[in-house]
Design a protein around this ligand. Sequence first.
Ligand code: G1P
Length: 278
Amino acid sequence: MIKKCLFPVAGYGTRFLPATKAMPKEMLPIVNKPLVQYGVEEAAQAGIDSFGFVTGRGKRAIADHFDISYELEHSIKGSGKEELLTSIRKLMTKSFAFTRQNEMKGLGHAILSGYNLIGDNPFAVVLADDLCLADEGQDSVLGQMVKLYNQFRATIIAIQEVPQDEVHKYGVIAGEPMKEGLYRVTDMVEKPKNEDAPSNLAIIGRYILTPDIFDILRETKPGKNGEIQLTDALLKQAQDGCVLAYKFKGKRFDCGSIDGFVDATNHVYENYYKKGLI
Ligand code: G1P
């Protein structure tokens, strides 16, 4: 069973300056909810009830968001505005824990910093910058991945086809097709040059990881950009055992970029907010 989810949220969000000067980028709202809340709700829909955040300086607003605000509750009581808190109140029954990434040494290092929150359990990872919205009638994207994990008991990474001239922005996999939308990973490169990429199947920020990843990460040397890359550790895991890549059924918005963020806002406004779904 996957019960825990890790959110690496220590990054600075420099692309959104000055908006992110004093506010975590994960708290930027997509219509009426902060980006990180979409990720937590997606994980909750996958049956996860324990959420761990790897934070850094200036990220306290995230901890406050997932805590009860007694003053606020008191001041809006009976005002008719209480229902605006329904979505966040639903999450208050779950467990939230926080730890710090003291040095910014890459995504692999951030995951390793979360070990004390996860322990030796399989777990999910959500990169909140990637907003993933499942197709209608489907489980949440992480929910789809948890189902696959329950079947295969191996690490599962989310992938999506991207245009060949954009592959340099992602980790990219090569894989042997197993069945519709599912590959067994044979190679994986972090942010290759467009012309060197093994395919156009890009890693998206959703992972189910088996706990042996921690030992591998402890041994992983700095890679691309001098950072400890999760992609390098996953390649080792794929070579020694088995890693599956899954083309999920849904849309993904790169909310780490202004264009993706605006697209996500328009999409959520038209398809969820206006229909009264959020
Ligand atoms: C990270 C991963 C990369 C992945 C991407 C998805 O990169 O290292 O493999 O494709 O997330 O969003 P980042 O965008 O944090 O640089």
